[in-house]
Design a protein around this ligand. Sequence first.
Ligand code: ATP
Length: 241
Amino acid sequence: MLVVTNLHTAYGAISALKGISFEVAQGSVVALVGANGAGKSTTLNTISGLLAPHEGSIVFNGRDITGWRSDRVAALGLVQVPEGRQILAPLTVEDNLLLGANRRRDRHGIHADLEASFERFPRLRERRRQEAGSLSGGEQQMLAIGRGLMARPRLLMLDEPSLGLAPLLVQEIFRIIADLKAQGTTILLVEQNARKALYIADYAYVLESGRIVREGPAAQLRADPTIVEAYLGKSRASSSG
Ligand code: ATP
C-alpha cells in the first residue's frame, strides 16, 4: 500500500533521514521504533507532505506522491495523527472531531462516523460540548485519534500516541490501536515505547540516526537479544520520551 524508497530529508544542513526504505502492506500494522531523534517523526512528516524530501520516493497505492502538499496527501486517505495531539483547545470536542471530516461532503456519513467516534470513546461523548483544552492528556490523545478516523483514513499514521501518558492510559491507547487493527485499519505506528509497539505490530523497522538498522516480523524482533538489550531492557510503559 505504501512503499518508501531511499528517502532523504534534511533540516537545512542537518540530515535527518539518510536513505530509508520500508513498506506497509494493506491491513497490517507496521511499527517504526527507535530512540529520541532517530528520525521517526521526520519520516511521518515527510510522508504526509509537511516536509519535502530531497531524494527518494513515496508511492501510495501505486501513485507517486513524493513532494505532494499535505492537503493532497490527506485527500488520498493518508492521515496523520501528529505527535503532541495538536488539538484545537478553544474548540469543543465535537468540533475538533468534525475538523477531521472537513474534506468530506457526505453529511450522513459524517454524522454516522461522529456517532461511531462516541461509541468508541464514551468519554468524548460525555465531554462533547466541552472545550478540548480542558481534556486530560489521555482524552486528548483519544480525540486526536478520533479526529484522524473522521477523515476515513486508508492508512493511519500515529506519531507517538502513548507519549507522556500514565501507564494505565498507555494501556488504553494500545487497546484502541488493537481494536483498530482488528477492524482491518492499516496503521503506521511510530513509538518510543518499543515494547508495546512490537507487541501490537506485524512488522517493524528500527531507526537509528536516520537509517534503518534492523527490520523483521515484530515477534522476531522482540525475541532478539540485541533488540531486547538496546530497546526493551526495561519496561518503558511509563516513559514520556
Ligand atoms: P522524537 O521522539 O524526539 O520526536 P524522532 O525519532 O521522531 O524523535 P525526529 O524528530 O524525526 O526524531 O528528529 C530527527 C533528527 O532531526 C534529530 O536529530 C532532530 O534533532 C532533527 N530535527 C528534528 N526537527 C528539526 C527541526 N525543526 N530543525 C532542525 N533539526 C530538526
